[in-house]
Design a protein around this ligand. Structure first.
Ligand SMILES: NC(=O)c1ccc[n+]([C@@H]2O[C@H](COP(=O)([O-])OP(=O)(O)OC[C@H]3O[C@@H](n4cnc5c(N)ncnc54)[C@H](O)[C@@H]3O)[C@@H](O)[C@H]2O)c1
Length: 345
């Protein structure tokens, strides 16, 4: 099921409190997996959209359908000057740009993950203040939570414990993003929405080999039909999955009605173990699959599941629109496209 932006043009969920019409909106990381859906959604809402992205993780292909309707700046947000230039003239800044990879890469690159993610956040917040931006969204992550966080996990403070161990540098980078957002909110009164997404999946994912996230990795392993599908760890790990298109919707709604700098978990409430996910992929594809486990590889957290109480209170109009079955079928197209393009070689 590959859907065009036009297909979703009818999907006009709104909090009813904020109009995007005519607003100049900067989406950092807008060529990325989630960012490109957000750009499409904002255009439907009537916003004038500028994207800034260095294309290190995203792709211009993700913006192909909207390229004529947006302004695109290729720049590195680790540079304060480039960030400031990209922000000039904007009413709203939605900050998604990040170095975000699967846990194998993330574990081995803690210094870069902390530095780059924190630096981008500091630059974006400074640029918002310098350029009189009227509101912002800062995207954090569920990786800010400690491995021992209660399940389901409520919006715990970020000044206790350590971030998720397999994403520690990334988690610290996101914690610093949150703390600086809070300082800016308190000192300067900039309205800021702060979201903590759980696990995204979907068909715009850019394949990163061993550094890829879990859902695309498992889809590939099953569809390759190249011996057993090997799950890292026990396979009993539980993940809370939400399609990238729905993350984009949640981001936009958060920026409409939750700009009090109070972090909100964002997830779909669709939890599944990795072994059941592999079985579901095989079943939907109509193939038999043998499963094996590589317990020498990191397991990650045993269970990642969001407490969605605050999300329902603060962003009551948010409802996921893509079912897990639809989203996984999208990923079969993703697999075929990437295989044909040689991305897996
Ligand atoms: N995908 C998930 O499961 C997940 C979970 C939790 C949080 N998040 C957060 O959601 C946001 C979007 O994630 P995504 O999955 O779309 O990731 P992504 O990697 O697809 O998108 C991030 C974008 O940022 C761009 N970027 C990276 N470094 C940059 C730099 N220095 N200058 C300019 N652009 C740069 C990349 O090119 C990419 O297009 C990120 O902030 C991420 O940390 C994602």
């Amino acid at each position: 099921m590959t859907q065009s932006p036009e297909h979703h043009a009818g999907h006009q969920v709104s909090s009813g409190q904020y109009s995007w019409s005519g607003r100049k909106v900067l989406v950092t990381g807008g060529a990325g997996f989630v960012g490109s859906y957000l750009v499409e959604d904002l255009l439907v809402q009537g916003a004038h959209v500028r994207v800034v992205d260095d294309l290190s993780g995203g792709s211009e292909e993700n913006l192909r359908a909207v390229r004529g309707n947006i302004e695109f700046i290729r720049a590195d947000l680790r540079s304060a000057e480039a960030t400031d230039r990209a922000t000039q003239g904007m009413d709203v800044v939605l900050h998604l740009a990040a170095r975000a990879f699967g846990m194998l890469y993330s574990m081995e690159h803690n210094p870069e993950m902390l530095r780059d993610n924190a630096l981008m956040a500091f630059n974006v917040l400074d640029a918002c203040l310098a350029n009189g931006v009227e509101r912002a969204l800062m995207v954090s992550s569920s990786c800010v939570y400690d491995d021992d966080a209660p399940i389901p996990t409520p919006e715990l403070p970020v000044d206790e414990g350590r971030p998720e161990s397999v994403n520690e540098g990334y988690g610290w980078g996101k914690r610093l993003l949150e703390i600086q957002s809070r300082y800016v909110f308190e000192k300067h009164g900039l309205p800021i929405a702060l979201v903590r997404p759980f696990n995204a999946y979907g068909d715009r994912y850019r394949w990163l080999g061993d550094a890829s996230h879990v859902v695309p990795s498992l889809v590939k392993k099953v569809l390759d039909r190249n011996g057993p599908a090997v799950i890292w760890g026990s396979g009993q790990q539980i993940r809370d999955l939400l399609h990238a298109r729905d993350f984009a919707l949640g981001f936009r709604l958060a920026a409409e009605c939750a700009v009090d700098c109070d972090p909100v978990n964002l997830a779909g409430g669709t939890t599944i173990s990795l072994i059941d996910l592999v079985r579901k992929i095989a079943e939907l594809r109509g193939i038999e699959v043998d499963i094996s486990f590589d317990t020498t590889k990191a397991e990650g957290r045993a269970r990642k599941e969001a407490d969605l109480t605050k999300l329902r209170e603060k962003i009551p109009s948010f409802r996921p629109t893509v079912t897990l079955e639809e989203g996984l079928r999208d990923m079969f197209d993703w697999y075929e496209r990437n295989r044909a393009a040689g991305a897996f070689n």
